[in-house]
Write a protein of this length. Sequence first.
Length: 101
Amino acid sequence: MTERIQKVVVAALDEINLTREEKIPTDQVLDLSLYGDAGVFESMYLVAFLSLVEENIEDEFGAEVSLTSEKAVSLRVSPFSSVRRLIGFIEEELELVGVRG
């Protein structure tokens, strides 16, 4: 399941890159910092990216998950700090709605 989620995230990054002059690197995507001091997104762009990821998840897995839920934003370690953490959070959310690897 991790690889499928990674492909979903990279597809969203690729779509965002179509509109950016400064491209977001995807070669070492798992360690990419999404938000925060070293992050590639400011808050409004992060929300747009997360919306794309949610749409891609629904297309790929046939399940709806909310990446901007109260749960996501209240975690001690933010799922938006890196792609690796985001993938882990998405896996947990998919399992909660009954999607298995």
